[in-house]
Design a protein around this ligand. Structure first.
Ligand code: SF4
Length: 262
């Protein structure tokens, strides 16, 4: 239990603490003696002001101790500690929580964690089990080879160690809906929806029921995955372009010119 009264011998050893602190920090860094704090039985910390301009509000702390029934003071440690008005760095946050969409640059690597909820195991080329015995007289069913299964899996987009999980699909759909969904101001003001637009490229898979890709260079969604309920003013059938106005031929006033000459 921490003693409230500092050990007398350790508390009186201010010179020892000062010398140790100056040795560790440099003589110009250590200022006035501030206080003595009892850390425990025969364990005392001496605090000194820090004179470093870059460490305003910080102070040096040197802890002294001694063995029971000994008058020999022992140095424990010297550290620089922040005070109440010290300038501190922001609380450290793991990189995985600091990372934001768009932070990645060329050459950066961002492998997905092994337990990433957005992913689940894909098809793996495991050995094909032996065919089950068939009743005598019944036809023997052909067993596909690993290569055959692999080619079908690759065609279905499953020939990867991991594929998008249901959770991954949902979170992606939510993100896309937020940016290019029917509730956006652009879609609300659009003359028609993407599902009737000629610039919409359909996508395969389950997400194809709700999304496609916009291929209109004049649309704000060009190259993006858009909800079928999204829409913009560049919809292919938004309006018929007005025909060019035919100008009438120029008319010259010959009569006035003839009267002037006559
Ligand atoms: S041009 Fe507009 S309406 Fe057409 S697909 Fe793109 S975003 Fe949708």
């Amino acid at each position: 239990m921490r003693s409230r009264t500092p050990d007398r011998l350790c508390a009186e050893a201010v010179d020892v603490a000062l010398a140790v602190t100056q040795e560790a920090a440099g003589p110009d860094s250590v200022g006035a003696h501030l206080r003595v704090v009892a850390e425990g039985d025969r364990v005392v910390t001496h605090h000194f002001a820090c004179e470093e301009p870059a460490y305003r509000g910080w102070h040096w702390a040197t802890t002294l101790t001694r063995a029971s029934r000994s008058k020999q003071i022992t140095i424990d440690e010297t550290v620089l500690l922040p005070g109440g008005d010290a300038v501190l760095a922001p609380t450290w946050v793991p990189w995985s929580e600091r990372l934001r969409p768009g932070d990645m640059g060329p050459g950066d690597l961002l492998p997905a964690e092994a337990d990433d909820l957005r992913l689940e195991p894909g098809w793996a080329a495991a050995p094909v089990p032996a065919p089950a015995p068939v009743d005598e007289g019944g036809p023997a069913l052909p067993v596909p080879s690993v290569a055959e299964i692999g080619s079908v899996a690759a065609e279905l987009g499953m020939g990867r160690p991991r594929v998008l999980s249901r959770y991954g699909l949902h979170t992606a759909a939510d993100r896309w809906e937020e940016e290019f969904g029917p509730k956006t101001p652009m879609a609300q003001a659009a003359p028609a929806q993407c599902d009737t637009c000629a610039f919409l490229i359909p996508i395969s898979g389950s997400l194809g029921q709700a999304f496609g890709i916009c291929a209109n260079e004049y649309s704000p969604a060009d190259g993006h995955t858009v909800s079928l309920g999204y829409g913009c003013g560049a919809h292919s059938e938004a309006a018929v372009m007005p025909k060019a106005v035919e100008l009438s031929p120029m008319v010259l006033d010959d009569l006035e010119d003839a009267e002037a000459e006559g």
